[in-house]
Design a protein around this ligand. Sequence first.
Ligand code: MN
Ligand code: MN
Length: 394
Amino acid sequence: MAQDWNDNDVKPQAGISRRNVFGAASLASLGVAATSMWTRKANAAPEPKKAVEELATFKYDLEGQTHWVGPGGSAKEATVEEFPISESIAGVSMRLEPGAIRELHWHTLAAEWAYMLEGRCRATVISPNGQADVSDFEEGDTWYFPRGHGHCLQGLGPGPCHFLLVFDNGHFSEFGTFDASDWLSHTDPKILSRVMNLPEAALAKFPQKELYIGPGKVPPQAGEPFRNQETQLLMGTHKYRLDKQPPRVYPGGTEHIVTSKEFPMQTTLTAVRMDLQPGALREPHWHPHADEWQYFVKGRAKITIFGSHGRVKTEEFAPGNVGFVKQGYGHFIEQVGDVPTEILVLFNSGEYQEISLASWLGANPVSILETNFGISKDDIAKLPLKESGILRRA
Ligand code: MN
Ligand code: MN
C-alpha cells in the first residue's frame, strides 16, 4: 500500500518536489495521476517511517522473587512495574498455610482467575445482587471472580496450597487491593459501632491495620452454612475444573482450552493448559485479538516471537518463569529437555482466536504461493494443508 511506504522507497521524478506532488491543487492543475510520478524501488520492501525499536523483553522470573512473606503465606507478583510488556495481564503466585486466610477483599481494576497448582483451598465470593458462592478447589481447578466482587480464600490443608492468580489488567497489583481490615481500621469507631452493632471497646479487638494474609484454624472440611441462611447460593458458578475437561489432542501434546463458552463466568479471559511432549513444537501462529500470557509450571521451552521489520527474538523459559506475546505477534514454542513441559496460558478475551501459518498456506491457491515465494509446484504440494497444533519430535 503506497501510503505505508517510506520516503526512501518512492522517488519523485525530475523537477517535481515531493512537497509539490502532495499539494492537491498542484496535482489537479497538472492534470496528472499521482501514480505516474512515482516509481517503486526494485526488489526492496518498504522501509519503516521511523527508527524501529528492538523487541522488548518478554520473560520474567516470577518464582525467583520474594515480594511478600508472612506467617500465613506468601505472594509474589508480575505487574507492569516488574514486567513492562504485560500491559493487559498481571500474575501472582500465592501460597497459603493450612487454615491461613487471604482476607475478605475486592479489586477495583481487574477480574481474578486462578489455577490450583498444589493443595486445596476454599473460596467465598459475593455478587452485587447478594448471591454468594462457597467452593473448594484442588489441583487442576480454576476460579474466576468478576471485577469488584468481594471474595476470600482459605487454605484447607493438610499441607500448604499454592495457586497462580491471573488478572485481566497488567496495572493491577495484589499489594493494592481493597481489604476489609484496612477499611475497618481506618473508619471512625463511632460510625463502625453503629453499623456493626458493637460497642467501641469490642472494635479495638479488630486488626488495627490491613491483615492481607494471616494464619488461622483449618475450617470444617464439610463446609458451614452462611451466617444469613437466606443468602441465595450460586454454588459452583465461579469454579471450573479445567483439568477434568477433555483436552484437544495433537501429535506432540495436548491443550485444555477454556473459553467463556465452557465457563460462562469467565467472560474476559481464555485459559489454556498446554502440555508438550519432549521434542514437540507448538507450530507458528498468532492470535488476532488477544495478548498471550504464559506461566511455566514444569519443564522448559523456547519461545520465538516475530514482530515485523525483520524482528525476531527467542527466550528460553523454565519453571516459575512468565512469558508474554503481544496481540497479533507471530510465535512458536519449542519444547526443551527430556521432561514434558506444562504451561498455563491466558488470553485477555473470553473468546479464543488463532490463525496458524499452516492453515493459512492451505487456504490459498497454488499460484499465489508460487508468485509470493517463487517456489515450484512440487514444493508447494509438500506444504501443510491445515494446522497440526503441536507437532511431535522431528
Ligand atoms: Mn483477590
Ligand atoms: Mn499462542
